[in-house]
Design a protein around this ligand. Structure first.
Ligand code: GLC
Length: 781
């Protein structure tokens, strides 16, 4: 524990400002798609990728361009710029202008400050000045206005808007980490969305070493620093936040469609320790008719924490257990950490040593670090051979009937002073060796990639599910992310909202916190409120730490159980809507859970709003994040909103006070919305029949709406070959009545739900229904 001594004057360091800019422009070269600027102290390039993407790259001392990392999903990104036309260059006395079509660049001759302007979208990047730091790193200082807000940055604590904060990108296992001042957590996404006057741009620094985004020290300007490697900054000219996220996920990739079971309710604990306990747990869910899709096995399932083993005493017949659970519709997700126990009698370790897949020093010594199993070796996932070796190990789990894996401790976490692998460990990096210091933030992503690919290869057409703690930009292509070791504190529950919203703005659409809180002890009220909120987060798992109070839904008696169960069921009721949003995200990269600013960029009241959020664009969720609170202020943007529980139509563009006794989560539906919901039958999950709820407002603002409903078998890859159906649900309103319709857009009608009940909610609180069984229909009320 620190004391006041930690702020003794001698201990507080002031930042050295002795870094140097590049000096003045000496010479410029125009090439297809690029402008290369040679300055007094270095050269940099502007590389155009498209009409909305440009890369600012500082050449290394040997005049080489930094390599793009695996984060970049665009094939041959360097080649791409060569296919663009050569920029037209105009020399002026104090500046050089380069015209990349709609993107115009101006380089200040004296300072090399780069200003970029998109003349169609009106978005700008003002005066980016590159500097080389004395310790070998690089930085860019960029002009901003005091009113500029900053979103994104992946998994960070604190507010939605990061103005006046500073964050370090260095994947870190920090226990008890969710406090606002924590600069580095498990995942590093060096991507920020500067947002001003309703306009957004995106900046992605592709550097997996340590970097830092500082929005406070040079106010109103900001600074992006990289300790090592190259300076490789992608500038994305959106216009809206949505445009920027679409472009960022075009650059770094989008999530593959998860199996539907991964979207259900998951139950975890560190640890369910025996086969009987796991079976009894699943049984309890079934008896109580609480839907459940997955049970997690934490480290106690293993033999002495050796990955790819089961402890034969605690789990005498894992295959039979998994089969029995499968009968109940429950999947098993075991934890897999990267540390492989150093044990000459353990087959995985022996094989790894024999195949030379573990990380080593330059001199050739194995890097051995302490984790759960004691001394352990760590696979070098930067090397394709080692990656394939790790992927192959997953045959062990798949043969037992497992389809999902939970990757933990993959920052990598090591129980030593620096909490991770030694920085001088060498990674083979497929023939381009680099130190761990240079590649640290890639370790978790590469592990999850290997895991995903290993599962996919073995699963014979079933969709794998990977959950990870650590990651880097692009992690969404391989895994969902949970936000690590939070605590059962109300503050951590509220902080999960901006954290997961910003993850969604950083390409990670599938994420969520440990519901109920991991460390410390939950309370009945906190469990209820957190489950209500979690039911509307993309990833919905209840997990708790060893030694804490139990937090299964029934742990606090019938009243708590009944509310918790109601909200778990509500999650399943929303499944058709949610699944359609997931599908949308796989195509556009847009998050499932959205901050209001994403949908209402012209409404300043939404800019800092993060105690409520949207699921898609039509459902507004306003959780109760304080004990004893039974009402709260909810901001409703312009338009009409329908209270989900009372069906009252409320005029937006203002805040209202909403009643929220313990069993009520304030929930609003945008008037005019069409919500496809599952018709629930007991604990039946992923039901066959769908209800189409249509919410009418009072005014004509709801005259015409559309929603694309996506359906498929929910578990295989057959949808990639056309086995899915996409229908456009519509509502059209004119003085003669309201027409509700479904029109086939794509795919095979055979995948449409058997029946669909249209439920029209009128503004006066009445409801009319119609049953339809045709895939395409039109009903007029
Ligand atoms: C780490 C994980 C946590 C897990 C524990 C034991 O703390 O973050 O979720 O339960 O390790 O494996």
């Amino acid at each position: 524990m620190e004391t006041s001594e930690s702020i003794k004057p001698d201990n507080v360091q002031t930042k050295s400002m002795s870094d140097r800019g590049l000096g003045s422009v000496q010479r410029v070269e125009a090439q297809p798609g690029r402008l290369i600027v040679h300055a007094e102290r270095g050269s940099f390039g502007l590389l155009q990728l498209s009409s909305t993407m440009l890369r600012v790259v500082l050449c290394g001392p040997d005049a080489t361009w930094p390599d793009g990392t695996i984060a970049i999903a665009i094939q041959d990104v360097s080649e791409r710029s060569r296919q663009q036309p050569e920029p037209a260059v105009v020399d002026e006395i104090d500046s050089v202008h380069a015209d990349f079509g709609v993107i115009r660049a101006r380089i200040d001759r004296a300072t090399c400050g780069i200003s970029l302007h998109h003349c169609e979208l009106g978005t700008k990047l003002e005066n980016l000045e590159l500097r080389r730091l004395n310790d070998g790193g690089y930085s860019a200082v960029i002009d901003a206005k005091p009113t500029t807000r900053f979103y994104g940055l992946g998994e960070k604590p604190g507010e939605l808007n990061k103005r006046y904060d500073a964050y370090t990108m260095w994947n870190s296992d920090v226990y008890a980490p969710h406090v606002p001042e924590m600069e580095a957590l498990y995942v590093s996404i060096p991507f920020v969305i500067p947002f001003d006057e309703g306009k957004a741009t995106g900046l992605f620094l592709d550097n997996p070493g340590r970097s830092r985004f500082d929005f406070r020290s040079r106010t109103p300007n900001y600074e992006i620093t990289a300790d090592t490697g190259g300076f490789d900054l992608y500038v994305l000219f959106g216009s809206t936040v949505k445009d920027v996220v679409v472009q960022y996920t075009e650059l770094t990739g989008r999530m593959p469609l998860p199996p539907k079971w991964a979207l259900g309710y998951h139950q975890s604990r560190y640890s369910y320790e025996t086969q009987e306990e796991v079976l009894a747990l699943a049984e309890a869910f079934r008896t109580k008719q609480i839907p459940l899709d997955a049970i997690y096995l934490d480290i106690h399932y293993m033999d002495g924490y050796r990955v790819f083993t089961f402890d034969s005493g605690r789990f005498p017949d894992p295959k039979a257990m998994i089969a029995q659970l499968a009968e109940m519709g429950v999947k098993v997700v075991p934890i897999v950490d990267p540390g492989v126990k150093q044990d000459a009698e353990y087959a995985v370790y022996r094989d790894g040593v024999a195949k030379d897949v573990f990380c080593k020093s330059l001199e050739g010594d194995l890097f051995i670090g302490e984790v759960w199993p004691g001394k352990s070796a760590f696979p070098d996932f930067t090397d394709d051979t080692a990656k394939a070796w790790w992927a192959d190990q997953h045959a062990f789990y798949v043969d037992l009937g497992i389809q999902g894996i939970w990757n933990d401790m993959n920052e990598p976490a090591v129980f030593n002073d620096i909490k991770t692998m030694e920085p001088h460990v060498m990674h083979r990096n497929n023939g381009k060796p680099k130190t761990h210091r240079e590649l640290h933030n890639l370790y978790g992503l590469l592990m999850s990639k290997a895991t995903y690919e290993g599962l996919q290869r073995k699963l014979a057409g079933e969709r794998p599910f990977v959950l990870t703690r650590a990651g880097y930009a692009g992690i969404q292509r391989y895994a969902a992310v949970w936000t690590g070791d939070n605590r059962s504190f109300w503050e951590h529950m509220s902080m999960a909202i901006p954290m997961v919203l910003n993850m969604g703005l950083s390409g990670i659409a599938f994420s969520g916190p440990d519901v109920g809180g991991f460390a410390h002890h939950t309370t009945p009220e906190l469990l209820v409120r957190w489950t209500q909120m979690g039911a509307f987060f993309p990833f919905f798992r209840n997990h708790s730490a060893i030694g804490t109070l139990r937090q299964e839904p029934w742990s606090f008696g019938p009243e708590t159980e009944s509310i918790v169960a109601t909200y778990i069921r509500l999650r399943y009721e929303f499944m058709p809507y949610l699944y359609s949003l997931f599908r949308e995200s796989t195509i556009t990269g847009l998050p499932v859970m959205r901050p209001l600013v994403m949908e209402y960029p012209d409404d300043p009241a939404t800019y800092d709003l993060a105690d409520q959020f949207l699921l898609g664009s039509d459902v507004l969720v306003a959780p109760i994040c304080k004990p004893g609170e039974t009402c709260r202020k909810v901001y409703l943007p312009q338009g009409e909103w329908v209270n989900y529980w009372t069906k009252e139509v409320v005029e937006g563009g203002r805040s209202i006070l909403v009643d929220a006794p313990l069993d009520i989560l304030p929930l609003f539906v945008r008037a005019g919305a069409i919500l496809p919901l599952a018709v629930m039958d007991g604990d039946a999950r992923h039901g066959e029949s769908i209800a189409m709820d249509v919410y009418l407002g009072n005014t004509g603002s709801t005259d015409r709406r559309r929603f694309v409903l996506y359906e498929d078998d929910g578990h295989s890859f057959h949808y990639t070959e056309g086995d899915f159906v996409e229908r456009q649900l519509g509502i059209d309103r004119d003085p003669s009545g309201v027409t509700v319709s479904a029109r086939l857009l794509n795919g095979n009608p055979k995948f449409a739900a058997n029946s669909l009940q249209v439920r029209l909610h009128r503004a006066d609180g009445t409801m009319e229904t119609a049953q339809v069984s045709d895939v395409e229909f039109q009903v007029t009320f």
